[in-house]
Design a protein around this ligand. Structure first.
Ligand SMILES: *[C@@H]1O[C@H](CO)[C@@H](O)[C@H](O)[C@H]1NC(C)=O
Length: 646
């Protein structure tokens, strides 16, 4: 466990929580059965798309697109008979992987130096310009050997440890000159499992640039000198010979722990700090909510019920006056309106149904990841899990939407059934499709292939929609949630709101706290998406998700209590909107991440970034809004259920 160095000996209540995070963050199951090779066996090397990496100097990312390895401008050598796609999981494709075969020949345990990959390639001025630009944008090559990414060796001064960072650079900038790496030293760590069983347990690639390399014959080359690097001229044709050497190093690392070197925690202190920070927020909030609410509520309820009793005991009429005076404040006054259906109940119930679906999906995904089922060693398993869980949980979505709508006395139940599986997933899909169109127009490889899109649509209409309809049907059949108090015929007048109870201030105030519980982990998740880093600290994520749920619930309930006390009974939309404000904070945070670490060369990159950020922020908003609403709903049912109203 790599996080033990900064274990905090803090409050006893927190320690078990923290222990959970520390013991699970470095835990994963090896996703694939080990492949053993005999000495001299060919170990396949596959190539994935090229991705933009951070620049070494300023940690900035200069592009958001990824490119196919065999994009014509690169002129990389293809295997004889053309490259073939390696079949991948749905999640892997959705998240951008394009894995293909390569002409590289690695023979288990046999060192070979300076092999030419193919005959000299000619890059004309246009291609040279294009490639030079990619080098300037720090594009990385991503190779896979036996499912393991080829990395570069890095040293982290914070933790004083070496680790393998997946990917290695396409080129370099030396003395203000862009040079292309055309030679690769492939260093493979292998582990001897038994007498003639060798396994791949680590890959490093050290690329270099040599102008004078020559192609001699098939598989044979002559390597130049690194002191004379290869620069692609943007004025005339340049010949490029790709060469490679393979070195096999025996290693003690067994197959089961071969991913350890890749899963590096950059600054464990930040995670701990954030976790303790959010835990403190939650503890403070929960204490606040419970003391304020429990004490005042108990008093309120006791007073209301005592007054009731008095009124019953003494029917002479004098106490009725007293009753009226005494009761002239507080949340009891709105008992005849608090269950009045909100405006636009259809939309709210659809949002809540989808929110419940997202809520369950997120919880299950993080829990599965935490248990090690979605380790980075089985590529794309996370994406696949998200898609499948979302599909199957649409049953929950339909059910919740229907029950809430019934509670709101909604009558357009057909629209409810149809809109629940279509509105939000449809919007998500439309945005996704549109953004994909941009990527496709750029000829980048991040574009999801049309067939995959088709598969998604099929899954959606053939599985998701029917399940949702079934859920809705069950939801409508179920008995409506009972209202503890009757609703009056005539709506009460609502006194004008003041201060923090006005809609916008209340939203800004409530939304910031759930966001506060997750923003540090969000930072790392964002980096894993845009800066191509592996994210696997699901232990932290799981705890943060739990803290976010508690924060959202507690703070919304508190706000709704104050709202009802101010005799405003429009709590339904307010509960949803105040908690959903977290999504807006998430979006603002994405903008900050853009300002700090990403520089886009073109408009399309920015559109892509903003589009995906808005999509994620919107979904986070629906999710937190749903948490806020259901917490408030339970709260309202509970408090009005505990007073007697005649
Ligand atoms: C292959 O190269 C590596 C790294 O230079 C070295 O440690 C190893 O001993 C070499 N193996 C053979 C069989 O020469």
């Amino acid at each position: 466990m790599r996080l033990h160095t900064h274990r905090n000996h803090g409050a006893a209540a927190l320690s078990s929580l923290l222990l959970l995070a520390s013991s699970t963050s470095a835990f994963y199951l090896p996703g694939v059965a080990p492949t053993s090779y005999k000495k001299g066996d060919l170990v396949p090397l596959n190539v994935n798309h090229l991705t933009p990496a951070e620049s070494q100097q300023d940690q900035e990312v200069r592009s958001v697109f990824s490119f196919d390895y065999y994009h014509h401008s690169f002129h990389f050598c293809a295997p004889e008979g053309g490259a073939k796609y390696i079949s991948e999981s749905l999640g892997s494709i959705l998240f951008g992987d394009r894995i293909q075969t390569s002409p590289y020949e690695l023979k288990m345990g046999i060192n070979e130096t300076c092999k030419a990959v193919c005959e000299a390639q000619e890059l004309d001025a246009r291609d040279a310009k294009w490639v030079n630009r990619r080098i300037w944008q720090n594009y990385n090559l991503n190779w896979l050997v036996d499912g393991l990414p080829a990395g570069s060796l890095r040293f982290d001064a914070n933790t004083n440890s070496e680790f393998y960072l997946p990917g290695f650079p396409l080129g370099d900038i030396k003395d203000d000159k862009v040079v292309l790496n055309n030679h690769y030293d492939i260093i493979i760590d292998y582990h001897q499992a038994s007498k003639d069983q060798f396994r791949v347990v680590g890959i490093l690639v050290e690329p270099s640039s040599m102008r004078d390399s020559k192609f001699l014959e098939k598989g044979k080359g002559e390597c130049g000198d690194t002191s004379n690097p290869l620069h692609l001229s943007e004025k005339e044709k340049t010949k490029v010979v790709y060469t490679y050497s393979t070195y096999w190093r025996p290693s003690k690392t067994p197959f089961a722990t071969r991913w350890d070197k890749y899963l590096h925690v950059y600054d464990p202190r930040i995670h701990w700090f954030s976790l303790i920070n959010s835990a403190v927020i939650v503890v403070v909030l929960i204490t606040m909510v419970s003391t304020i609410l429990l004490r005042t509520l108990r008093k309120d309820i006791a007073r209301y019920n005592r007054l009731d009793q008095l009124a019953l005991d003494d029917l002479s009429g004098t106490s009725a006056v007293e009753d009226g005076v005494q009761e002239d404040s507080g949340w009891k006054l709105v008992h005849g309106d608090v269950f009045r259906p909100p405006k636009n109940p259809l939309l709210l119930s659809v949002l809540l149904g989808n929110g419940a679906q997202l809520f369950m999906m997120t919880g299950f995904t993080i829990a599965f990841a935490l248990l090690g089922f979605l380790s980075p060693s089985s590529r794309g398993s996370l994406g696949t899990a998200v898609v499948l869980l979302y599909t199957f949980l649409s049953f929950i979505g339909g059910y919740v939407s229907a029950r809430v709508y019934k509670f709101f006395h909604g009558e357009k139940w057909k629209q409810n059934i149809v809109l629940t599986p279509l509105a939000i997933p449809g919007t998500v899909f439309a945005v996704f499709f549109l953004l994909n169109f941009f990527v496709w127009a750029r000829q980048a490889s991040g574009a999801v292939p049309f067939t995959t899109m088709l598969v998604l649509v099929c899954i959606w209409f053939l599985i998701s929609v029917p399940l949702s309809v079934a859920g809705s049907w069950l939801g409508f059949k179920a008995k409506a949630v009972e209202e503890p108090v009757r609703t009056n015929q005539i709506p009460r007048q609502i006194p004008p709101a003041s201060g923090y109870l006005r809609p916008l201030p209340s939203m800004l105030l409530v939304g910031v706290l759930p966001f506060g519980a997750i923003f540090v982990e969000l930072y790392f998740v964002m980096r894993s998406i845009w800066h191509s880093k592996i994210y696997y600290m699901f232990g932290f994520l799981f705890v943060c998700y739990g803290l976010m749920i508690m924060t959202a619930a507690a703070v919304t309930v508190l706000m709704i209590y104050f709202l009802l006390c101010s005799e405003n009974y429009h709590w339904q939309w307010r509960a949803f909107a105040t908690a959903a404000m977290s999504g807006v904070y998430v979006f603002a945070y994405c903008l900050l991440g853009w300002a700090q670490g990403i520089r886009f060369a073109g408009v399309t990159g920015a559109v892509l970034y903003l589009g995906y950020s808005a999509l994620v922020a919107g979904l986070v908003g629906v999710l937190t809004g749903t948490i806020g609403f259901f917490a408030s709903w339970l709260f309202v049912l509970k408090i009005y259920g505990s007073i007697k109203v005649d």
